[in-house]
Design a protein around this ligand. Structure first.
Ligand code: FES
Length: 114
């Protein structure tokens, strides 16, 4: 969910490239670009929620149904090459590249087999 800044500023637009893979429809992986209105308090998982709810419902990613507090590590992803817990990671970069931790274990898009 997008959060408003305390000063009521217009959120900045961040570019988020998400790793995509669906063996049933396309044998090769690719990246989708989403432009996300973002503010300082928005986590990577919040940005993925926005993309899936408002831009592309076909995007699969670890959802908030887990702990959402940085405890279970089920939301672990790689952002700009760095492993993060996406539910607590607030990314200040203007461009994000979001990938699964291990592309060999991908079930679909950003979701991996346990
Ligand atoms: S959802 Fe549990 S650590 Fe992120």
């Amino acid at each position: 969910m997008m959060r408003q800044t305390s000063e009521g500023e217009t959120p900045a637009i961040k570019k988020m490239f998400c790793y995509r893979f669906n063996r049933e429809h396309r044998p090769m992986s690719y990246y989708s670009l989403y432009e996300i209105p973002s503010n300082d308090g928005m986590t990577v998982l919040d940005m993925l929620d926005y993309a899936a709810r408002h831009l592309d419902p076909s995007l699969s990613y670890p959802m908030h149904s887990r702990c959402d507090q940085g405890l279970c590590a089920r939301c672990a992803l790689r952002v700009n090459g760095k492993p993060v817990l996406s539910c607590i990671e607030i990314c200040g970069e203007e461009i994000l590249i979001v990938e699964p931790l291990d592309k060999k274990r991908v079930c679909k898009d950003l979701v991996s087999y346990p």
